[in-house]
Design a protein around this ligand. Sequence first.
Ligand SMILES: Cc1ncc(COP(=O)(O)O)c(C=O)c1O
Length: 408
Amino acid sequence: MSFLKVEEIRKDFPILEEKIRDRKLVYLDSAASSLKPVQVVEVVKKFELYEYSNIHRGVYTLSQKATQKYEEAREKICKFINANSLEEVIFTYGTTDALNIIAYTYGLKHLQKDDEVLLTIFEHHSNILPWRAVASMKGARIKYVDILDDGRLDYSDFEEKLSEKTKIVSIAQTSNTLGTLVDVKKIAKRVHEVGGVVVIDGAQSVPHLPVDVQDLGIDFLAFSGHKMLGPTGIGVLWVKRDLVDDIPPLRLGGGAIRDVELDRFTLLDPPHRFEAGTPNISGAIGLGAAVEYLMKIGISNVKRHEEELMKYTFKRFEEFGDSIIVYGPKDVSERSGIMLFNVEGMDPNIVGSLLDSYGIAVRSGKHCAHLLYRRLKLDGAVRASYYIYNNVDDVEIFASALEEIIKT
Ligand SMILES: Cc1ncc(COP(=O)(O)O)c(C=O)c1O
């Protein structure tokens, strides 16, 4: 059953017509960055060529229109994640930037000596290193929740490590390696019971499944535009309204300030106080167009479509027996459209290069998650990741190429 009109969708991505090494391009690296549809590129192009000016500054028509477009993008994002108000939606340069902002504002302000920050062993470096830096400045400790052997999060280990000392829990809703889906609602409830706050790294979840910040009951959410059909250099930090006034802006400067006197200054209201300097205006407008595209096809359909592709991939992989080792949960309802694997006895980078000779783009290595690879005692793996433009034909080409690689 098809949840998306993939053949129609593919027409919006002209890059898919390109030949790679004389073969049809099979793009299986959307977890690193997604392809861009014409609808997004055209909106950005139109803005840059015909509607461009700086925002929030001019009284002239062009500037007011540009401001309106930028703010309309914020409205679309607000709706997409079901934020309570526009004040909660802050434009950043991406997930890494958003996570650094939370660590260096909320973290730096609230962490005390001997407090604890809870992460998981599969976090992306962008959700580890900012916390490590801030924790060491404040004398706080980092703890890592482990995984079960099948790659699911170990909720009993989470319970064991959670305590009154836990002030911040920062977790990826979807692991960028194992594909594991985390029960964020359950975690948020428990963290609040001990008086902590919950930060969700939504880099791999917001583009692929419905994320409703109010329903999840979280405090912060970070995600990137370039992984969800939007441009690079734009992302979002969502902060729950009650906490917005509690965090100082990380960056100060033009665009964030109401008034400056010789010995004091007053900030603008949120979210503008967090967006000092000229922001990535066309990036934000492009992200607005990307969100519109995703809302049109239905984000729940994206999730179901990827589940179908994963089911088919697992079925094909079964034929390879022990020649392929798959990591992460076996049940597709517990993982996203990310397939992490190794070919028995082969270096993952060589597998990646061989797949490239078939026109297939996958990512090999350690995927910015060295702690996980240490935990798994692996030097790396190959990651294939699906999105809205991938079809069964892509999976078939991928599986057939692997079959040949294994044979030869
Ligand atoms: C789970 C996760 N967190 C954070 C990031 C960092 O995102 P960005 O490079 O867009 O800042 C990534 C990127 O791959 C990711 O997968």
